[in-house]
Write a protein that binds this ligand. Sequence first.
Ligand SMILES: *Cc1c(COP(=O)(O)O)cnc(C)c1O
Length: 437
Amino acid sequence: MTAHHEDAPSPAPNAALLPAGSHLAWRGGQLHVDDVPLASLAREHGTPLFVYSQAAILDAARGWQEALAGRDALVCYAIKANSSLALLRLMAQAGCGFDIVSGGELERALAAGAAPERIVFSGVGKTRAEMRRALEAGIGCFNVESLAEMDELSAIAGEMGCTAPISVRVNPDVDARTHPYISTGLKGNKFGISHAEARAAYQHAATLPWLRVKGIDCHIGSQITESAPYLEALERLLDLVEAIEADGTPLAHIDFGGGLGIDYAGEQPPAPAALWGELLARLDARGHGQRRIIVEPGRSIVGNAGVCLTSVLRLKEGETRNFCIVDAAMNDLPRPALYQAWHRIVPLTEMLPGTPARVWDVVGPVCESGDWIGKNRPLAVQPGDVLAVLSAGAYCMSMASRYNSRPLPAEVLVDGSSTRLIRRREAPQDAWQHELP
Ligand SMILES: *Cc1c(COP(=O)(O)O)cnc(C)c1O
């Protein structure tokens, strides 16, 4: 991917920069999501406000389903990208399964109407209670990440008188060339079982009476913008599949994880159909075309379907930098502070070429120097204006916190010209309801 850190010169804002697939458009000089002007949503619901396009989410989910059409395949949306119940319900209705990483996500998936057998459970630190609850619910597969987890899961299933469906998450040791915090397929990170140890892990699984081996799993990282790392991972995974089956353990499915990137700053990741065109050709060429395929996309389904609206509180011109202080902060939009991530920031009224702009650091009110949303942004702004932070559908609201006792923002879902509040804005008191004096 293009390393797009804040020291890089920012692209000038113009209409061409609205990300593809976002369902955003300038109409009459006003930024719209589908048929709704964002300014009207900011007026009605206040800011900070997350707004999602239902059509954008469904289009993206369909893009994945169509990429695997005609195959025995399941698209399991990775809940951690955005766990809003209304969005999960939408995806369950669209036929998606879910990739969960905690008991909390399991309860959300079930509450949203997910079919339990379409749930896969990833993560290095599943608790005994989470394993028990997932077995009770009858989930489709545990993606097991260590031998110790295998032993525990088998023991719990034995106590419950059932068997646990598993796949082993293997670490194919390919470099996804993405941010180190979101690269997961390299040696030396905490995820999965190493390529070298994978065969032994399956032999160990075969000795455990309460496990049922279903497949193999990998996930090489996130925000991957080229197909090469996936192709490399697939070749290594298929080598393993052949070796494990030769050892006597049939593998019904291959779970290839998630991680496909989106356009934050002009990146051009392959569409799911293009990526899977290449991957399926390799699967077929190596004689694995009949295998069940599971994918776990998160960001590529919701990332560009959401924006965060934020109001300019005041402007503060300094000796070396100018600050545009807005009412969203690192607690609402953690990606810049956490990953030095770059998000487009645009006013809701189109900036025509030639509009005099000044260069601003867009920052929030939180008491941390790391609390910025964008640096060096040429913008024509006044206090009271509303800005849209684009590509904010994934890993924003699901990572939001109440740091500085800031209540969590509201969320709205747009469907054509109609809008629906899917999360009420919190009051400060909501945040302390479980605290004891
Ligand atoms: C985070 C994660 C995903 C989703 O990743 P995206 O980059 O959002 O597509 C899928 N599978 C696992 C195991 C994950 O940890």
